[in-house]
Design a protein around this ligand. Structure first.
Ligand SMILES: [Zn+2]
Length: 133
């Protein structure tokens, strides 16, 4: 009777990369020096080196996660700034439109002046918003 053998240490044997113990960069098994920081990768399989590898894997993953969160945070900040400027531009334009409308109904030159000014500010805000990309 042939049972399919389960190998509990398969992960360790079939590793297709060797982690650098200095920076945690995964290198090819044929490499003798880390491709990232150029320190020599000695393949000692002691308990201490296993713990060190585990530590570096965790640190590597943590750093990747931090980087991703940082990127997400930056994107969020950019979006909110864009949204804020968009709102200001929209309000200026709407206010300008309102003053322009009242200047037409009241025949007020002062209101028309404010309208032109507001529309100009709104236009500049929108322009700086879309040209900065
Ligand atoms: Zn390295």
């Amino acid at each position: 009777m042939d049972k399919p053998k389960k190998e509990p240490i398969a992960l360790r044997h079939r590793q297709d990369h060797k982690l650098c113990l200095n920076c945690g960069f995964p290198n090819r098994p044929s490499d003798t020096h880390c491709m990232f920081c150029h320190t020599s990768i000695v393949d000692d399989r002691g308990l201490l080196s296993w713990f060190r590898q585990a530590y570096y894997v965790l640190r590597w993953r943590w750093q990747l996660k931090q980087k991703r969160e940082h990127l997400d945070h930056n994107r969020q900040k950019k979006f909110f700034r864009f949204f804020g400027y968009f709102l200001i531009g929209l309000m200026l334009t709407l206010a300008g439109g309102y003053f322009f409308y009242t200047s037409l109904t009241d025949h007020s030159f002062f209101n028309a002046l404010i309208a032109v000014l507001l529309l100009l500010y709104g236009f500049v805000t929108f322009k700086s918003l879309f040209s900065s990309k």
